[in-house]
Design a binder for this molecule. Structure first.
Ligand code: UDP
Ligand code: MG
Length: 325
């Protein structure tokens, strides 16, 4: 029986500290899987350099010269984790039966990769890597992540709990993913929308092997906010409902104050007046801000800019891709 061609895609941004180990461990694993005939000998590792400013590209380039199972893509600039991942996935899909994505920092257990392939062989198009527990993450990261998953689920976005971007996708799932044309791709929310038979593989998440997180708090908040506003209009609806409620409440208050005046007990009124001005003003600003956020999204989407530009492909050394999708 012919074994599937697997490509492991690794997005890398300033990962010089950990990358030599990552390349080495993944390469060893790939060789073992090929030797044990779990996957085809045409299987590959694909490292995507997301516009790093350190030695990341030289390390990838050196790796690609060593073995013919290592390929590198250098993007023209830093486009962010999600887009770097897409660059890898879309490049790999043409030459693979299935593609697995994993972070460069070896936080995800590479030893469960054979289980992903087993699930693929059993007919699953998408296999999600799910963290059993998150002991290694800080309490803050754990609780904010938990809050984010819950919030997204409440708003009707189907996220696989405790799954990040450690996942395997079949060729046909990737072909369908390519049809999602939005510029702002939040993969964890989009992949479940593809459908097909899918399953999860559980593993323990470890500490980052070396280097620092590329997701500081500010980037994480943007990421979460983007995830929410890309997938749901619930926040805007919430503002509308709050607006309606406060409108009717203020009507009731109006009636109450007018009747007080008739009875003759007039209020000095300053406190209630100033409080309501601030309250309503605040609500309005939140509302306008949220609407602006959505309009900004539409603006970005309408430009249809490319999500990434490949500058160098270690395999073919092609020229940069044209600027359109
Ligand atoms: N990454 C990337 N581009 C970026 C930021 C991060 O390709 O602009 C990569 C990074 O090299 C790593 C993965 O995305 O392989 C996840 O980043 P990190 O491990 O820093 O995130 P965390 O695990 O702390 O959430
Ligand atoms: Mg990490």
């Amino acid at each position: 029986m012919k074994q599937p061609v697997l490509t492991i895609v690794v997005p890398c941004y300033n990962e010089e500290e950990v990358l030599p180990t990552t390349i080495d461990s993944l390469h060893k694993l790939l060789m073992i899987m090929i030797a044990e005939e779990q996957i085809s000998s045409e299987s590959n590792l694909l490292f995507v350099d997301d516009g790093s400013k350190d030695l990341t590209w030289s390390i990838i380039h050196k790796g690609s010269l060593q073995g013919n199972h290592i390929r590198g893509l250098k993007l023209s600039r830093n486009v962010g984790h999600q887009n770097a991942l897409l660059a890898g996935l879309f490049t790999a899909k043409d030459t693979s039966d299935c593609v697995l994505s994993i972070d460069a920092d070896l936080q995800d257990d590479i030893h469960v990769i054979p289980s992903f392939v087993d699930m693929f062989k059993k007919g699953h198009d998408i296999v999600y890597g799910v963290r059993k527990k998150r002991d290694c993450d800080t309490f803050f990261k754990r609780s904010t992540a938990e809050f984010f998953y819950r919030l997204m689920n409440k708003m009707g976005v189907n996220l696989v709990y405790n799954h990040a971007d450690f996942r395997l996708m079949s060729k046909r799932a990737l072909q369908e993913l390519e049809k999602f044309e939005e510029v702002n791709m939040f993969l964890r929310g989009i992949v479940p929308l593809i459908g097909y038979k899918s399953t999860s593989v559980f593993y323990d998440r470890k500490e980052r092997l070396a280097g620092e997180t590329k997701y500081p708090l500010k980037k994480m908040l943007y990421f979460a906010f983007d995830g929410i506003t890309s997938f749901s209009v619930t926040p805007i609806r919430f503002v509308l409902i709050t607006g309606l409620v406060s409108f009717f409440v203020s009507l009731l208050f109006g009636v109450y104050f007018i009747s007080l005046k008739w009875i003759g007990e007039t209020e000095t009124g300053w406190t209630s007046l100033i409080t309501s001005i601030w309250l309503i003003g605040g609500l309005q600003l939140i509302g306008i801000g949220l609407i602006g956020e959505y309009i900004g999204k539409i603006y970005k989407e309408s430009k249809r800019r490319p999500k990434f530009i490949v500058e160098i492909d270690s395999k073919t050394f092609t020229q940069p891709l044209p600027l359109t999708n």
